[in-house]
Design a binder for this molecule. Structure first.
Ligand code: ADP
Ligand code: MG
Length: 691
């Protein structure tokens, strides 16, 4: 007997349960053991709180009776008693017949819901969990321990007997067999690590995570599993890193770049110290014979593009190809134009732009030039991932706004070269541990300071009823020669309506409020040529006021634009607001960001908007964002390629991440992955930049 046996050997598991369990990924005893409780109920829990009407409560209660009440509408009333001997009615208006069969006198339940007062305290349609069916089972449970596991379940699972109780019985069968020495659970961590970090043995940890003896042992079990997850994850990352470094580069070191020098001469500004240091660091890294992998982090407007271009010149001057990925077409075009401008007088300026909607013939020509190695720098969007895009010698991949790309996409572009260098750029600061975990061997380089002379952007929160006043101040700045953006939210779920309201407002502003000004419209549904000509006109100050959607969210650079109005600012997330705000404050003039919202907004929106008003600092804002949304959402972890850690918490387990990483380097052996049943989960969970 072993853990890989099918769950069908368990009592009470027939074909029906097998099918249901399979649908949630449980086929073997091992899968079942890894179905960890969602939360726990402490039996010592007593409701000494005075039960008050209007409060949300979670209570341990025993069923006393139940009856059907017939009135205008029949309903089921289940009377329960709390551990304080207070009587509460659970009331069900729908599913009466079903629930009538669920509750039996003597059952103990955990009930949560809102207490209402109607001839006594009641909760309508509470969330409930059956803890035990009768006194016998109750005794059984007490035997198990005082902390009771509650498993994740759904109404559908419950119908097949898989409520918390159902899971508990199954898991207990497996653990009892282990207890009875029918089989044992192998340790998968190196003994040295277990000893050094005082970890629970794996077998004990399984016992404790399902049926904890004490709060402390539960915490130990959780720590052990978190460690296990991070240990193997780090081991795999370390392995990939060393494998990758075995591949030596062929054309190193790079010759000194003349192109970079020429560009520096042409720049209308001096590089900031941080830009210079970043360049030096990258030069040092690409002077080595192992591939470079850099994450260049710098707040919006800190000047990452130039830094990347100067680095790219070193490759191009050596006839090595560079590709630069941008998340939107508008941004790709802007990069293309800026870079084309800077490269005008260098003899190396063989660059191309490759975007989605392009005519067959020019596209074919571009692809041919790229494949022949004639084009040295190609700038593009997602279109670069396509299979027909081939390089002759791709040496550097630059990924702008890298968090906007999924891991598979980043991978597919990397695979177009022979282990090319990577320069990923982001304005979303990433906490250090996350960075370690996520990007393993990515070298983090940060541009902290912004170019000199940038004034902070004055940010104001204004309610929509004061819109006329906002329009008046826009006019003031327009007549001083400045330019302005008005941004409308456009979210996928309500895209059509949002777009219509953006276009409508544009029409209204054009005909009325701003009829004496040059006004333009830009949104994602326009053709490339249309977008191009609008952006061009805006850059040339032929458009003074640009009404637009979030297509301008990232990267757009028009230094003369100094006023940015965001309509319905409450509908945007912090990082998006900050990115959008970064569209202004790019030149020497004082800039303004106006956040317009309805009179009433949600609590979270208040926190977001107040943070925006309070600070211009992207790092500080990222922290607020992290608190509001957690790391998963913030970094788009779902698409980051990180496996989905069951117990490990990227935010809270900083020390475990660091320790397990050290241990993986010190004691690790990639062969150990074999004995770990988790292997598939990790290898299927795609990881950034695998080989
Ligand atoms: P981001 O880091 O957000 O991508 P960009 O690279 O778009 O920022 O740079 C923002 C603006 O700052 C651009 O107009 C760029 O030309 C300008 N810039 C970059 N470096 C400097 C500098 N050292 N001094 C002054 N302006 C700079
Ligand atoms: Mg940028």
């Amino acid at each position: 007997m072993n853990l890989k046996d099918s769950i069908e050997i368990l009592k009470g598991v027939g074909p029906k349960k097998i099918a249901v369990l399979k649908s949630i990924g449980i086929q073997t005893l091992f899968d079942l053991l890894y179905y960890f409780p969602r939360r726990y109920l402490d039996r010592n829990f007593s409701s000494t709180i005075l039960l008050k009407h209007g409060e949300n409560v979670t209570l341990l209660a025993t069923v006393i009776d139940s009856y059907l009440a017939h009135g205008k509408k029949s309903r089921l009333i289940v009377g329960v008693k709390t551990s304080n001997n207070e009587r509460i009615s659970l009331v069900f208006f729908s599913g009466v017949n079903y629930f009538n069969h669920v509750f039996k006198p003597g059952m103990s339940l955990v009930v949560s819901g809102k207490l209402e007062y109607f001839r006594g305290l009641q909760i309508s349609h509470p969330d409930y969990e059956i803890i035990s069916g009768d006194a016998d089972e109750e005794a059984d449970l007490t035997h198990v321990g005082r902390i009771i596991p509650l498993y994740p379940t759904t109404e559908a699972l419950k119908k097949d007997g898989l409520d918390s109780r159902g899971f508990r019985r199954l898991v207990k069968q497996v653990l009892d067999k282990i207890d009875g020495k029918k089989f044992s659970i192998e340790e998968v961590l190196p003994a040295k690590a277990v000893k050094k970090r005082k970890l629970l043995k794996r077998q004990d940890a399984f016992q404790e995570i399902h049926f904890p003896t004490t709060d402390e042992s539960l915490a130990d079990a959780k720590r052990r599993f978190a460690y296990e997850e991070f240990y193997y994850f780090n081991l795999l990352m370390e392995y990939k890193r060393t494998e990758r470094q075995k591949i030596k580069r062929k054309l190193w070191p790079l010759r000194k770049s003349e192109g970079a020098g020429k560009i520096l001469e042409r720049l209308p500004f001096e590089l900031t110290d941080d830009q210079k240091t970043s360049l030096e660091k990258m030069k040092e890294l690409n002077g080595k014979d192992i591939p470079m992998a850099v994450l260049l982090q710098g707040d919006v407007g800190s000047g990452k593009t130039v830094t990347a271009l100067l680095t790219a010149m070193h490759y191009m001057d050596n006839n090595i190809q560079v590709c630069m990925l941008a998340p939107t077409e508008v941004l790709a075009r802007q990069h293309f134009q800026t870079i084309q401008g800077l490269l005008q007088f260098t003899p190396f300026a063989r660059i191309d732009l490759l975007i989605g909607k392009e005519k067959e013939k020019p596209r074919r020509e571009k692809l041919a030039r790229l494949k022949e190695g004639e084009t040295l720098l190609v700038i593009g969007t997602h279109s670069l991932f396509q299979e027909d895009v081939k390089f002759s010698d791709l040496g550097l991949v630059i990924i702008d706004e890298q968090h906007k790309f999924g891991v598979e996409q980043r991978e597919s572009i990397r695979a177009k070269g022979k282990n090319p260098d990577i320069l990923a750029m982001t304005a979303t600061p990433i906490p250090r541990t996350l960075c370690l975990t996520l990007y393993g061997d990515l070298q983090l380089i940060t541009i902290k300071t912004k170019p000199l002379g940038r004034k902070p952007i004055v940010t104001k929160w204004i309610t929509e009823d004061k819109r006329p006043a906002v329009y008046n101040s826009i006019k003031k700045y327009l007549s001083q020669g400045r330019q302005c953006f008005i941004i409308y939210p456009l979210i996928e779920e309500s895209e059509k309506v949002d777009l219509e309201s953006c276009i409508e407002s544009y029409e209204r502003l054009r005909m009325f409020e701003f009829k004496d000004y040059k006004i333009g419209l830009l949104h994602g549904r326009m053709t490339s040529a249309e977008k191009d000509s609008v952006m061009h006109a805006f850059k040339a100050n032929e458009i003074q006021l640009l009404v637009t959607t979030t297509v301008v969210e990232v990267g757009i650079d028009v230094p003369n634009a100094t006023v940015l109005v965001i309509e319905h600012a409450d509908r945007f997330g912090i990082s998006q607001l900050h990115q959008l705000r970064g569209r202004v404050g790019r030149g020497e003039h004082e800039s303004f960001c106006i956040l317009l919202t309805p009179d009433k907004v949600s609590e979270d929106a208040v926190i977001r908007i107040e943070a925006m008003v309070r600070t211009n600092d992207g790092f500080e804002l990222a922290e607020v964002d992290l608190k509001l949304r957690g790391p998963g959402e913030l970094l788009g972890l779902r698409q980051s390629g990180l496996p989905d850690f069951k117990i490990g918490d990227l935010e809270k387990d900083e020390s475990i991440i660091i320790e397990s990483r050290q241990d993986a380097v010190e004691f690790g052996n990639i062969g150990d992955m074999e004995k770990l049943e988790l292997r598939t989960r990790f290898t299927e969970g795609r990881i950034l930049f695998p080989n």
